[in-house]
Ligand binder design. Structure first.
Ligand SMILES: Nc1ncnc2c1ncn2[C@@H]1O[C@H](COP(=O)(O)OP(=O)(O)O)[C@@H](O)[C@H]1O
Ligand SMILES: [Mg+2]
Length: 261
């Protein structure tokens, strides 16, 4: 069964339709890359899938459950949206770490807040916090940051900050990890270290959506690629196929622009 299914998503800002009839499916354990020019609607699509933006039309299902249906107001209550967002982990271009917290504290913050909302929290607080700390340390280890846990964001490179942000997104055990241009704010020499950890996550069958302008990476890391232009999915398929033999003229033009740099 598909872990994520979107049907006929539409989103309009003012009079401009930014997403038009988007259908997509993501299987558990797969990585999907989304490519396309700036302004083609990639971020808006991610924001709609993550319930940060409400589509005007369409249906979103996670694990077979309808979490959003534009035609069914009972799926749109503010109260339920926070819970629905927990299905998704988000990593943005700009890290968004809290500057006053260490790397470790940044990773522990959301799990702690969430734990505090559970019944019986008070009685088990010590053990719960210990478990959250152990998990956060393990994630930071996995990101190659074992010696950096006590550092504040200003003491870390951009690549290290982004790896903290990835650990933070993983700390809530999302079903789907979403990246929106995770290396666009980084110097070229730091891009590789971030792409490397994303690739490792893909090798471990982490379910992911990756919006990126790194074409070689989009091709290598993903099981499936989508090319968007002006709010529509122009072409999608096996990355090898789409990059080697694009069927649509617009895809060809886009890819050849990239080859020229
Ligand atoms: N909150 C918003 N209000 C109005 N227009 C928006 C908003 N967010 C995005 N847009 C517009 O939607 C289009 C798609 O933007 P975006 O999804 O950010 O594209 P991409 O991520 O592919 O660069 C752009 O024309 C952008 O100006
Ligand atoms: Mg964008």
């Amino acid at each position: 069964m598909a872990i994520l299914e979107a049907q006929n998503l539409w989103k309009t800002f003012g009079r401009t339709a930014v997403l038009k009839n988007i259908d997509l499916t993501l299987e558990k354990g797969q990585a999907l890359s989304i490519i396309g020019s700036s302004g083609s609607g990639k971020t808006t699509l991610l924001r709609c899938l993550n319930f940060l933006e409400q589509p005007d039309k369409g249906i979103i299902r996670v694990n077979g459950e309808t979490l959003f249906d534009a035609a069914d107001p009972s799926t749109q209550s503010e109260a339920s949206i926070r819970k629905k967002r927990l299905h998704f982990g988000l990593v943005f271009q700009s890290f968004n770490l809290f500057p006053q917290y260490t790397a470790l504290e940044n990773v522990m913050l959301a799990p702690k807040l969430l734990a505090a909302e559970q019944p019986n929290f008070k009685a088990g607080k010590k053990e719960i916090y210990a478990r959250i700390e152990a998990q956060a340390k393990e994630l930071l280890n996995q990101m190659g940051l074992s010696s950096r846990m006590a550092n504040y964001p200003h003491q870390l490179s951009g690549g290290q900050c982004q790896r903290v942000a990835i650990a933070r997104a993983l700390a809530l055990h999302p079903d789907i990890l979403c990246f929106d241009e995770p290396t666009s704010a980084l110097d070229p020499e730091l891009t590789g270290e971030v792409l490397r950890v994303i690739r490792e996550l893909a090798d471990q069958n982490t379910t992911m959506i990756i919006v990126t302008h790194e074409m070689a990476f989009a091709r290598d890391v993903a099981d499936h690629v989508i090319f968007m232009d002006e709010g529509v999915i122009v072409e999608q398929g096996d990355p090898e196929e789409v990059f080697e033999n694009p069927r649509e003229e617009r895809t060809k033009q886009f890819l050849s622009r990239y080859k020229q740099g």
